[in-house]
Ligand binder design. Structure first.
Ligand code: SF4
Length: 346
């Protein structure tokens, strides 16, 4: 799928978020910092999973990354070019190659129009196919997501949830994107459809050299799909690393708790007490380390100083005083020893 929308800059990451902030007003008087300076990088062709509990700000960050909500601070770089302030109205062509897929495919499709027409509309908006090519291109898009050409003549209600999500992905692919931001794309599907759509996403990423930012609260799926995982808590990034190493040796207590809360298929390993309490109100975040009221390893420094982000090993970062050689944890012996520290990030 070649594109002539935007000259592709072969250098640098596909998508980079630097210290992005998203602020909402609540009831017209209270400012809520849903995202309080979060950074992440999606390299070209890479699948990055962004995980965290509901209310941690990951969907707000996803929306800010494609311009659906304004970033109150920080910057978004798409293919190494800063695109903030970023609005779809101001930059429709430039941002066409940065597409988003939403959680509920049924509400994002028009129930009264045939699938073929909806895919053709996506091509027409950006003038991506001449009228005589449109039908072939629609069939190509359906084939990419594993649906037959006959699907073009049907309506959204004639498909299962998994098939509708495939159609939503096909519509995003119509713009020939280089980056897909997927906000909980599997959350409304049953388990077998989740696995099928997850496999489809991996396959598309490999076949089309597509970069994916996959937002999910489901660590088991993200572990299966992502190359790199970023963990977000209450508006800030607390840990990032390759999926395999992060899973086998989580460095941040929150990551450890999230992984501990994932039920194993055989019933083993599930720690129901792993994550006590709720995510605090982002309008009133705890001081210093935002996780400290829920952290079983918290010590004096945690409630007084905000942890800096530390680079550990070659591809891992973590924001936790334990890894900076802090005081012994509250439950000695239950945490891995701090790994060799490379540097503290600015
Ligand atoms: Fe827990 Fe302290 Fe690390 Fe925060 S900085 S996660 S409170 S040990």
């Amino acid at each position: 799928m070649a594109s002539d929308n935007v000259p592709l800059n072969g250098e640098g990451p596909a998508l980079e978020l630097r210290d992005v902030e998203v602020v909402y007003e609540r009831r017209g008087r209270e400012r809520v910092r849903a995202v309080a300076g979060a950074s992440l990088t999606v390299e070209r062709g890479q699948i990055v999973g962004l995980v965290g509990e509901s209310g941690c700000g990951k969907s707000s960050l996803a929306r800010a990354s494609v311009g659906l909500v304004p970033a109150a601070g920080g910057s978004v770089l798409f293919e190494s070019r800063e695109v903030t302030p970023l609005t779809r109205r101001a930059r429709p062509r430039e941002l066409a190659r940065l597409q988003m897929v939403f959680q509920n495919p049924y509400s994002s499709l028009n129930p009264r129009r045939r699938i073929g027409s909806q895919l053709a509309d996506a091509l027409d908006v950006l003038d991506l196919a001449a009228p005589r090519e449109r039908r072939a291109r629609v069939e190509e898009l359906l084939d990419l997501v594993g649906l037959p050409a006959s699907a073009a003549a049907r309506y959204p209600h004639q498909f299962s949830g998994g098939q509708r999500q495939r159609i939503a992905v096909a519509r995003a692919l119509a713009a020939d994107p280089s980056v897909l931001v997927l906000d909980e794309p599997l959350a409304s599907l049953d388990a077998s459809a989740q696995a099928q759509v997850a496999n489809l996403l991996v396959d598309l990423s490999r076949r089309l050299s597509l970069s994916l930012l996959l937002i999910s609260h489901d660590l088991a799926i993200v572990r299966h799909v992502a190359d790199v995982v970023s963990v977000m808590y209450l508006g800030v990034m607390v840990e990032t690393g390759p999926a395999r190493s992060l899973w086998s040796l989580p460095l941040h207590p929150y990551t450890e708790a999230l992984i501990g809360a994932v039920p194993h298929p055989d019933g083993s390993g599930f720690l129901p007490e792993a994550l006590p309490g709720e995510v605090p109100d982002p309008a009133h975040p705890p001081a210093a380390c935002r996780f400290h009221p829920r952290c079983p390893y918290a010590f004096d420094r945690c409630s007084k100083e905000t942890p800096v982000t530390l680079a550990i090993e070659s591809e891992r970062t973590v924001a936790c005083w334990l890894q900076a050689g802090g005081s012994p944890p509250a439950r000695p012996g239950e945490r891995p020893q701090p790994l060799p520290l490379l540097h503290a990030e600015e």
